[in-house]
Ligand binder design. Structure first.
Ligand code: AMP
Ligand code: MG
Length: 480
């Protein structure tokens, strides 16, 4: 590993230094060799992955620390939060020279644990491990993980479960909530902290005429692009609190997430989200709300005489959220549909297809694959309202007439995954892993590495479809 631990250069009020506390009986879960290679791990380091991913082995260059931050949870000010069970253990360089955080999740309690035990359970670790991997392979910016370990140590949740640790990677663990904590508790640190954020994550902004405005703009743009990508693959994050969104727009802290199966825009995957704040369809507006909230934390940075102009500039940045989101979402949706993005009717036609999926409760992922494979009759056969589908199909085919369909079809193959991580797939892998069998984790890891490519030898029929509608859904617990 090539170290570049820069977070510890910040004021020590922003973190608490401590070592990880290993679990009893740590043993292998799964290791992502390709990612370790990308992160320039040596052969020796790779050979010690179990010790590293279980907190038993640390290097002199590690600077393990728990970050403090705050946040709005479910729309309410939650006060001080922070890494209650994870440690930023080091920052290392990848093959591109980019600094990547290594964050060991489940590494023991910290001053920010509040009532928690500082641990993570195998169930939630596997869910996060596979989803991070799946999102990366789908081209959605996201945290990932080098590996995870299980243990023989019991951890109490609704029932007694197995403790586990995961070595998570992300380009950034600085959350919108970091700014909220600083403003609330240590406002004198705001200027230096923001400068460091720009220097580390958006150095080009430092050259801009108005660096802070350029910074705000980039954070907003990147978040809008990330959300567009979530919507396109049908990903519902589940806990879009301000402490779970970072400043680079890469997906982080998705606990009770879910990939959309039957198309239900108001679907709540997180069963603790009683009001449906974080439904799939709310994600763009919630991201906007979180960003608006975050921008307020930048206002103290302006000089008094420039404050009004600065606020106006920030409002203009935020106004760009929606057009940026729509631009990326529309382009991506047209690509998934095999429709020309410049055609005035393409977006409407895509919406008509989504309405068919919604009213007929069709599978989101599989419907695009069927469209791509021109299995129109098969889709129609699954529709009660066949006329609705026929109207859509007529419009669809008329837009594609006289277009270069070869090019459009090739685009579809790049945009429509065959495999997503369905809740019941993750559940199966978890149940086996809890009995010491990681073969299903391995199979899903491989399958989801190449979600756009048919892998007949690896796939199972249940990977391709939602559970039958009379089978109870997998209930995703918020506890983790
Ligand atoms: P989350 O919604 O999972 O992102 O967690 C919200 C906050 O609760 C974060 O500050 C976590 O570090 C903390 N937290 C969650 N679970 C635990 C736990 N078992 N022990 C200590 N802190 C926890
Ligand atoms: Mg969190």
């Amino acid at each position: 590993m090539y170290f570049n631990s820069r977070y510890p250069s910040l004021n020590s009020k922003l973190y608490h230094e401590q070592m990880p506390v290993p679990l009893k009986g740590a043993k292998a879960g799964h290791f992502n060799t390709a990612l370790a290679n990308e992160l320039q791990w040596s052969e020796d380091e790779k050979a010690q992955w179990i010790e590293i991913c279980s907190g038993q082995k640390t290097f002199p260059e590690f600077h393990p620390l728990a970050m403090v931050y705050a946040g709005h949870q479910f729309g309410q000010w939650a006060g001080q939060l922070g890494d209650g069970r994870g440690l930023l253990i080091a920052q290392i360089l990848n093959q591109q020279g980019q600094t990547i955080d290594l964050h060991l999740k489940g590494a023991g309690s910290t001053p920010y644990s509040r009532m928690g035990d500082g641990r993570a359970v195998l169930r939630s670790v596997i869910r996060e491990y596979l989803a991070g991997h799946a999102l990366n392979a789908l081209g959605v910016p996201s945290s990932n993980a080098v590996g995870f370990t299980t243990s023989t140590q019991g951890v109490q949740r609704e029932k007694l479960e197995l403790g586990a640790m995961m070595l998570r990677t992300s380009d950034c663990h600085i959350r919108l909530g970091h700014f909220e904590w600083i403003n609330q508790y240590q406002p004198d640190l705001l200027n230096e902290f923001t400068q460091k954020c720009m220097e580390w994550h958006y150095p080009a902004c430092l050259e801009a005429e108005k660096p802070l405005v350029a910074f705000a703009n980039k954070v907003i743009q990147n978040t809008a692009i990330m959300i567009a990508k979530w919507q396109l693959v049908g990903f519902a994050h589940g806990v879009m609190n301000t402490d779970n969104l970072n400043i680079t727009g890469s997906t982080l802290d998705f606990g009770p997430y879910g990939f959309m199966e039957r198309f239900r825009p108001n679907w709540i995957n997180n069963h603790s989200d009683y009001n449906g704040r974080y439904t799939y369809q709310n994600q763009p507006s919630i991201a906007h709300w979180n960003l608006w909230n975050w921008l307020n934390n930048l206002v103290p940075l302006a000089k008094t005489e420039e404050k009004e102009q600065f606020k106006q500039d920030l409002v203009e940045c935020l106004e760009q959220f929606e057009p940026t989101f729509l631009e990326h979402y529309t382009l991506g949706l047209c690509q998934k549909m095999g429709l020309p993005s410049f055609h005035k009717d393409s977006f409407d036609c895509a919406m008509a297809f989504l309405r068919v999926m919604q009213s007929e409760q069709l599978d989101y992922t599989d419907s695009f694959i069927r469209l791509q494979n021109k299995q129109y009759e098969a889709i129609k056969d699954d529709c009660l309202d066949r006329h609705q589908f026929e109207v859509f199909l007529t419009q669809y085919q008329s837009i594609r007439e006289n277009q270069d369909t070869e090019v459009l079809d090739a685009e579809m193959f790049k945009a429509n995954p065959i495999y997503i991580l369905r809740n019941h797939m993750a559940q199966k892998a978890i149940e086996l892993a809890e009995r010491g069998d990681f073969s299903e984790v391995e199979r899903l890891f491989k399958l989801l590495s190449q979600p756009f490519i048919k892998q007949a030898d690896l796939e199972k029929s249940e990977d391709l479809a939602p559970l039958p509608s009379d089978v109870p859904e997998v209930m995703v617990s918020c506890s983790s």
